[in-house]
Design a protein around this ligand. Structure first.
Ligand code: UD1
Length: 358
């Protein structure tokens, strides 16, 4: 069986790592990189650190408005699919790269599998939400990370195509955490263990309006410990455009971190403040309290016992929320046991056998 993975944005490289390794020896695997993320720190460093084979194809589409970016990928991917002739296209998560690859596969009648299927925020303002819904409804095989995701797919009439496999980001996180036990990593900007918070902000709803971004930065600046703000390029460019200074009060600006450094920074922090889906989950799995600057989350399991708390419109409660008492210990494992990638490869091979392909 020949599987073609399509990736393009940072969280997808993390998800690709365990899949690439689990496929080895069991099926042929090709990788197409759309080039949605192209900076060294947003792309290459992940391939290097996580031991991902170099992409077989790179479209280099770069940034742009959503329609133009997605359209450029769609055109380029059609050519790649014609050349690669995969038995299955595997797409990851919810970015514009995911949607473009889903449409390209469906139009060419190539079976489509969606990894991280069934997540819902029920907020269609988020580009990720419509990308997910459209991709799920186009796909032939839905690889769901959680029971909640399985239920969402069933509610949308997609139960027959769904397989519960667990979460691949958990696979990578556990591997990197084990690595960090034997390898000391320095903390960025010389912050002291437990003496700082880790923060990332990049969602359009938080960055695109000058007043919203100003309020978020002011709230982070007023926190009681240094805030390592790991600045995504979108945040840097929009702050500049809005005439806002990132470095203010408690905020200490740091470039995006490579994955092992990120895990290390979160593990040693007093808490996380973010609008990222992946980081909320990583904080929960590492049992670090998280405050999420969004009105809802698709990773609802993280909200258990206040390990993750949502703060949205009323930012005046952010400082107290971040300082809240330590959550109740929990041994909940809603994201699987760190072996999702193997189950995904099993499901892909099984799907291929059943659908009558070699
Ligand atoms: C994308 C995903 C989002 C994911 C995020 C992770 C979509 C709709 N969104 O959002 O789900 O959580 O990636 O980071 O696909 N830029 C650079 N260098 C880069 C990449 C981006 O400078 O390597 C800048 C571009 O100028 C662009 C901005 O960042 O204006 C946004 O990039 P884009 O890939 O469109 O969306 P993200 O906000 O990164």
């Amino acid at each position: 069986m020949r599987i073609l993975s399509v990736v393009g944005a940072r969280p997808q490289f993390v998800k690709l790592a365990p899949i690439a390794s689990a496929i080895t020896g069991r099926a042929e695997h090709l990788i197409a990189h759309t080039g949605q993320h192209y900076d060294e720190l947003m792309s290459d460093v992940f391939f290097r650190d996580l031991g991902i084979p170099a992409p077989d194809f790179n479209l280099g589409v770069g940034s742009g408005k959503h329609g133009a970016q997605t359209g450029a990928m769609l055109g380029g991917l059609e050519e790649i699919l014609e050349e690669a002739k995969p038995d299955c296209v595997l797409v990851y998560g919810d970015t514009n790269s995911t949607l473009a690859a889903a449409i390209a596969a469906v139009k060419m009648h190539i079976p489509l599998a969606h990894l991280e299927a069934g997540l819902r925020s029920f907020n269609r303002r988020m580009p990720e939400e419509h990308n997910r819904v459209l991709t799920d409804h186009a796909a032939d095989l839905l690889l769901a990370p959680t029971h909640v995701a399985v239920d969402h797919l069933a509610n949308e009439g997609l139960a027959a195509k769904t397989v519960l496999v667990g979460d691949v980001m958990t696979d990578v996180l556990y591997q990197v955490r084990a690595l960090l036990e034997s390898r000391k990593e320095p903390l960025p900007l010389d912050v002291a263990p437990q003496g700082y918070y880790v923060s990332t902000i990049h969602r359009p709803d938080n960055t695109d309006s000058p007043s919203r971004l100003r309020s978020i930065l002011a709230s982070l600046a007023s926190l009681d410990r240094p805030v390592l703000l790991l600045a995504h390029p979108r945040l840097v460019s929009l702050a500049e455009r809005h005439g806002l200074t990132l470095e203010q009060g408690s905020i200490r600006v740091c470039p995006p971190l490579a994955y092992p450094q990120l895990v290390n920074a979160v593990l040693n922090s007093a808490g996380v403040v973010t609008d990222s889906g992946g980081l909320q989950k990583e904080a929960f799995l590492l049992r670090v309290p998280c405050t999420t600057i969004r009105p809802e989350t698709e990773w609802v399991e993280t909200l258990e016992s206040q390990w993750n708390v949502l703060v949205s419109e009323d930012l005046s409660i952010l400082a107290d929320t971040v300082k809240r008492p330590a959550p109740e210990p929990t041994d909940a494992a809603p994201y699987g046991d760190g072996h999702a990638a193997e189950k995904i490869v099993d499901a892909l091979l099984n799907f291929n056998a059943v659908s009558g392909r070699k």
